[in-house]
Write a protein that binds this ligand. Sequence first.
Ligand SMILES: Cc1cc2nc3c(=O)[nH]c(=O)nc-3n(C[C@H](O)[C@H](O)[C@H](O)COP(=O)(O)OP(=O)(O)OC[C@H]3O[C@@H](n4cnc5c(N)ncnc54)[C@H](O)[C@@H]3O)c2cc1C
Length: 387
Amino acid sequence: MSNNFSESEERQELRKAVARLAGKYGREWFTEKARAGEKTTELWLEIGKNGYLGINIPEEYGGGGGGIGDIAAVCEELAAQGCPLLLMVVSPAICGTIISKYGTEEQKQRWLPGICDGTATMAFAITEPDAGTNTHNITTTARRDGDEWVLNGRKIYISGVDEADNVLVVARAEDARTGKVKPVLFVVPTDAAGFEFKHIPMEIVSPELQFQVFIDDVRLPSDAIVGDEDGGLAQLFSGLNPERIMAASFSTGLARYALGKATSYAKERVVFKDAIGSHQAVAHPLAQVHIETEMARLMTQKAAALFDAGDEFGAGEAANMAKYAAAEAACNAADAAVQTHGGNGITQEYGVAGLLVATRAGRIAPVSREMILNFVAMHSLGLPKSY
Ligand SMILES: Cc1cc2nc3c(=O)[nH]c(=O)nc-3n(C[C@H](O)[C@H](O)[C@H](O)COP(=O)(O)OP(=O)(O)OC[C@H]3O[C@@H](n4cnc5c(N)ncnc54)[C@H](O)[C@@H]3O)c2cc1C
């Protein structure tokens, strides 16, 4: 970002190019795919072919050599055209970042090119039914057995397992010296023996689905582990700031899409003398949402700029704040868009009501609104830890 609070010309051009590409597909195409139980593979592969999917990944592994700010811009522009792709958050941003940073040379060669061109998507699994938000309590366990690892556990709400070749699974291993458990990361092929998954019906209108995952004695070669066995939290956390920045961009994109629909409708629909947008009761909520969205975008760009400059600590606070602000803006935008459309706001034809649940998910995942408030209360304000 340049110092006058606007993005570089290159970034702005990237946004335009992605918006043009996604505009060829659009919301109707996206919802039709979702309702037909089909996938967005065409769009996914096209953004891959154009170099946008792996734009944050180093060039020597098929990526664009850019940063999180670039891939966040791609994610936002897709959502702003009504085609939000959750797997962008997961595959290139979380998995791509962790593997680029902590993978061995051989692992990078093996997994990153497919993440970049979209032919080998990688899902990410940390959430467990019993641990929930408290990820320190995960029980998926990795045990060494000769040259292999044996993995056992359960995961829930894992996005895109049906479309992924591999899942980056967060497990725990026991430290031989201290006996303490520590997080370890494994790349698990979705066709591995003992790896099963079951669709969780959700109310979100999206071709990207969530799954329960059952891991029973899955045997993995020794090189399935990403990063150091003793690397601990740092490896995992390196993927979490990108996750929050991407989630924020996903939300600001949806907010812009909802606001765009509402604004055009408010300009056209006449029931009294003038268009409904001439009433402040209709116009003000839209203006308010526009302000909230622009503030969230600015904070998201700040978080990305800090992350890309190597300030992971500073990026953590900004990424949390951005994710919070963006989810709130998106929920308010979807609500205002439905209200502006009146009865049409609830029809499938106008496609606005579906945004209510999609934007609402942004308040829960990948980290809930409450946990962000906990973080800010503790780290930004110095209040006692409350959880
Ligand atoms: C659409 C969608 C896609 C997802 N995709 C993935 C994925 O790909 N991979 C993955 O690993 N996970 C994924 N998740 C899971 C997501 O990260 C979790 O749902 C989220 O972290 C919340 O965990 P939980 O659902 O278990 O809620 P819980 O932990 O049960 O929390 C329930 C409520 O209690 C609140 N709460 C809990 N503890 C506290 C506290 N100490 N203080 C204040 N409030 C508290 C929470 O904020 C929340 O509102 C996805 C979820 C959704 C909805």
